[in-house]
Ligand binder design. Structure first.
Ligand code: NAD
Ligand code: IPM
Ligand code: MN
Length: 353
C-alpha cells in the first residue's frame, strides 16, 4: 500500500444522553482505521449541547465553534434531554447554530436495508429488500430558521426559502442521483404552501437547464410519507426541505430496522462537514451501554469519504458493518444481545479480518 502521510484534525462533540457512549465507539473505529490505512488524526473533544450548558451556560461555546471552524471533520454524538427540557437555553439550539455558522445546508441521510435485518423490520421482506434511498434534506432554512414569535396566547414560526437556498441543495441531489440510479423525487406541499411552490418551480427549472438527463418527479409530502412505507423501492434520491426531511428520515429508519443504524453527513460549500447519527440522545437508554453504535460508525465512514477523501477507508468501514450484521452480531434494538461496546468490537473484528 502507498504510504499515506495525511494528517487530519477531528473535533468530537459527544453531547448528551447516549452521545458520549456512541462517540467513544465511533472514535475506537476511527483509531482502528488509522492503524490500517496509515494516515494520522488528532482528535479534540469539546463540550456541546446540554453538557456545555452545564459547563458554561450556553450550548455552543465560542471555543467549541472555533475548534469546529478549524477542523477537517466534526463528529457529533447527540444533544438534548429532559434535564434541559424546552427552556430558552436549549441544547438543540446549539446544534442549529452550529449548522448555520458552518453553512451546512445539505444533509445526506442514506437508508439501506441490510438483508440480514430485513426480517426485523415490521414491513414485509419483499417490500423492503431492495431499498436504497438517499435523503437530501435542506438543513439551514425553512421553519427551523424563520422568525419566531410568542405573545401571550399566540405563537408563530415563519417558513421562508429563497431561490438560492433551494438551488444549492437541489444541485446536491441531482449530482448524487447521477452517481446512483439517476432519479430525484422532490417532496413538498405545493398544494398548500407558497414556499413549496417556489421549491417546485426552482427544482423544475434547474432540472430543465442543467440536469435533464436525471429523472425528476414531484410528490406531496403526505402521500409520500405513505408511499415510502408501502413502496420504498420506488425511491432513489429524495430531495426535501428541512422539516419534512427531519420527519421522513426517522420514518425511513423503520425500513432499515432501527433508528440506531442510520448515519448522516451535513455539508456546505467547503470540505468540512458535520457527521452524526440521525437519532437523538435517547434518554430512555442513556448510560446503560446498550445503544446501537452503527449509526455513529456509519457517520465516521461518511466523514472519511466526504471530508477527508479517504474513500478506501470509508468503504472498509461500511463493509465491516455489513459483515458484522451478516454474522448476526446485533444490539438489542434489533433483537440481539450485544451491548454498545460489544457491537463496536464486532465491527472492529470484521474490519481487521
Ligand atoms: P431519539 O432518537 O433520541 O430516541 C427515539 C427512540 O429511539 C428511543 O426509544 C431511543 O431509545 C431509540 N434510539 C435512538 N437511538 C438509538 C440507538 N442508537 N440505539 C438504540 N435505540 C436508539 O428521539 P427522542 O426521544 O424524540 O429525542 C430525545 C432527545 O434527543 C431530544 O432532546 C431531541 O431534541 C434530541 N435529538 C437530538 C438529535 C441530535 O443531536 N442530532 C437528533 C434527534 C433528537
Ligand atoms: C436531527 C434532530 C435535530 C433536527 C434537532 C435535535 C434540532 O432531530 O438532527 O434530526 O431537527 O434537525
Ligand atoms: Mn431528527
Amino acid at each position: 500500500m502507498k504510504q499515506n502521510t495525511m494528517s487530519y484534525k477531528i473535533v468530537v462533540l459527544p453531547g448528551d444522553g447516549i452521545g458520549p457512549e456512541i462517540s467513544k465507539a465511533a472514535m475506537k473505529i476511527l483509531q482502528c482505521v488509522v492503524k490500517k490505512f496509515g494516515f494520522s488524526i488528532e482528535t479534540q473533544w469539546h463540550d456541546f449541547g446540554g453538557a456545555a450548558i452545564d459547563a458554561c451556560g450556553e450550548p455552543l461555546p465560542a471555543s467549541t465553534l472555533a475548534a469546529c471552524q478549524g477542523a477537517d471533520g466534526i463528529f457529533l454524538g447527540a444533544v438534548g434531554g429532559p434535564k434541559w427540557g424546552m427552556n430558552t437555553v436549549r441544547p438543540e439550539a446549539g446544534l442549529l447554530a452550529l449548522r448555520k455558522a458552518l453553512g451546512l445546508f445539505a444533509n445526506l441521510r442514506p437508508v439501506r436495508v441490510h438483508p440480514a435485518l430485513a426480517a426485523y423490520s415490521p414491513l414485509k421482506v419483499e417490500r423492503i429488500k431492495d431499498v436504497d434511498i438517499l435523503i437530501v434534506r435542506e438543513l439551514t432554512g425553512g421553519l427551523y430558521f424563520g422568525e419566531k414569535k410568542r405573545n401571550a396566547d399566540q405563537a408563530s414560526d415563519v417558513c421562508a426559502y429563497s431561490r438560492f437556498e433551494i438551488l444549492r441543495v437541489a444541485k446536491v441531489a441531482f449530482e448524487a442521483a447521477r452517481e446512483r440510479k439517476n432519479h430525484v423525487i422532490s417532496i413538498d406541499k405545493a398544494n398548500v404552501l407558497e414556499t413549496s411552490r417556489l421549491w417546485r418551480e426552482t427544482v423544475t427549472a434547474l432540472h430543465q437547464k442543467e440536469y435533464a438527463d436525471v429523472q425528476l418527479s414531484h410528490e406531496l409530502v403526505d402521500s409520500a410519507a405513505m408511499k415510502l412505507i408501502t413502496a420504498p423501492g420506488r425511491y432513489d434520491v429524495v430531495l426535501t426541505e428541512n422539516l419534512f426531511g427531519d420527519i421522513l428520515s426517522d420514518e425511513c429508519s423503520v425500513l432499515a430496522g432501527s433508528i440506531g443504524l442510520l448515519g448522516s453527513a451535513s455539508l456546505g460549500k467547503g470540505k468540512t462537514g458535520l457527521y452524526e447519527p440521525i437519532h437523538g440522545s435517547a434518554p430512555d437508554i442513556a448510560g446503560k451501554n446498550i445503544a446501537n453504535p452503527i449509526g455513529a460508525i456509519a457517520s465516521v465512514a461518511m466523514m472519511l469519504r466526504h471530508s477527508l477523501g479517504e474513500h478506501e477507508a470509508a468503504n472498509a468501514i461500511e463493509q465491516a458493518i455489513f459483515a458484522a450484521l451478516d454474522n448476526d452480531q446485533l444490539t438489542r434494538d434489533l433483537g440481539g444481545q450485544l451491548d454498545c461496546m460489544q457491537m463496536t468490537e464486532a465491527v472492529m473484528h470484521s474490519f481487521r479480518a
